[in-house]
Write a protein that binds this ligand. Structure first.
Ligand SMILES: [Zn+2]
Length: 380
């Protein structure tokens, strides 16, 4: 089988890159190659408390003026396509206007920062799957660059994400020993929903998945060699066997099944008593999304469907799912829950009393709200 992109990869460059960058960029402190890596990683933001005698917040940039180290860094940046990367020294918070369009159309993902002079930026610092945010009342906001510098720590990992309007976006993984300063907390994304600006929340979901992928793909899954960042796409490339490993995504279908004025809800055995949702399940290799919808409903409640239609999708970074929503009409069968997974399942009338439902964060709730308020059968 052909590995996409492998035929264009320079093998010698890849080997050199792996020796210079990859082992230490993921775990600099434990590698014997750290002397080399400390030069190379100067190209990435290494945050320390700024010197009162310098306007530069990044000592690494000062060290780059020494010819020998500059050479090492240029070699690394050339191999990684990171030319001219200079982390911006200022950061701003960006509050969306009330009529802001969908973030998906405003955020432009990119692999490398632009060549032009550094601009204001948004920073998404994670420790594990928790984002470091400033909190005031119920509201959470991103830290700016100066606040990250004040942490006085190096980053374990750093990635450029792209641009939101005129703001470059970066994500970094904080050292495990970093403790949140006053008025900040490390918070999981579920808990930040509705508290962080929507556009920042969306980018944070992207960021945490990229950091997780970087952390878990340091070695080739086929031959075990250390991987390197591919030069032109968000992928890890094995310099030994050419295997490309992209950020992991696990597609899952989620579906609202309707029967006239009724719709199907089920209580998974893992749910709390009285809590119901629509059915969902992961897509299996070799099946279409529509086939996955039909299979999941057949497996979980033994019903047959018709008119399966796409509804919408939602990134679900817990840890790396993509939820793909569908509506469908009941075709035949009697509800027979698969008891290992489903505790109860029943038809609920849109005009009757409803059980406790998923929160607004989820596409499950969007599907249910659509049926309750906007579906064509209600209007007819
Ligand atoms: Zn390999």
């Amino acid at each position: 089988m052909c590995v996409p992109g492998a035929s264009t990869w320079d093998t010698d460059s890849a080997r050199s890159t792996a020796a210079c960058w990859s082992p230490c960029s993921t775990d600099r402190r434990s590698s014997a190659r750290c002397v080399t890596a400390s030069r190379c990683t100067s190209a990435w933001p290494r945050l320390h408390a700024p010197s009162p005698h310098s306007t530069s917040a990044i000592p690494g940039r000062t060290r780059l003026r020494q010819p020998r180290r500059r050479s090492a860094c240029r070699r690394a940046t050339r191999q990684h396509g990171l030319r001219h990367f200079s982390p911006p020294s200022t950061g701003t918070l960006h509050e969306p206007p009330s009529s802001a369009p969908d973030t998906a159309f405003r955020f432009l993902p990119a692999l490398h920062p632009p060549d032009e002079a550094p601009r204001a930026a948004l920073w998404f610092p994670f420790r594990g799957d928790r984002l470091l945010v400033r909190v005031a009342s119920e509201r959470a906001t991103l830290l700016d660059y100066a606040e990250l510098v004040a942490l006085g720590t190096d980053f374990e990992r750093a990635h450029y994400l792209g641009r939101l309007d005129d703001l470059d976006c970066y994500t970094v993984e904080l050292d495990p020993i970093v403790e949140p300063p006053a008025e900040t907390v490390l918070e999981g994304l579920r808990a930040l929903y509705g508290r962080l600006a929507d556009e920042h929340y969306s980018i944070a979901g992207r960021a945490v998945q990229i950091l997780l992928w970087d952390q878990t793909h340091r070695f080739c899954g086929r031959c075990g060699q250390p991987t390197a960042n591919a030069p032109a796409e968000r992928a890890k490339l094995c310099p030994s066997c050419g295997l490309l490993s992209f950020p992991r995504l696990s597609p899952a279908v989620i579906m609202l099944v309707q029967r006239g004025d009724e719709f199907l809800l089920a209580r998974n055995r893992a749910f709390a008593e009285g809590f119901y949702s629509v059915l969902a399940g992961f897509v299996e290799p070799g099946e279409s999304l529509e086939e996955a919808v039909a299979r999941e409903v057949r497996e979980e409640v033994d019903l047959e469907l018709k008119d399966v239609r796409y509804f919408g999708s939602q990134p679900w970074p817990f840890p790396h799912s993509l939820m793909i929503g569908f509506t469908a009409h009941y075709a035949s069968g009697q509800i027979r829950p698969q008891t290992e997974e489903i505790a109860e399942a029943a038809w609920f009338n849109r005009h009757g009393e409803l059980p406790r439902l998923p929160g607004k964060l989820s596409i499950a709730r969007r599907l249910i709200d659509w049926f309750l308020t906007e579906s064509p059968s209600r209007k007819s």
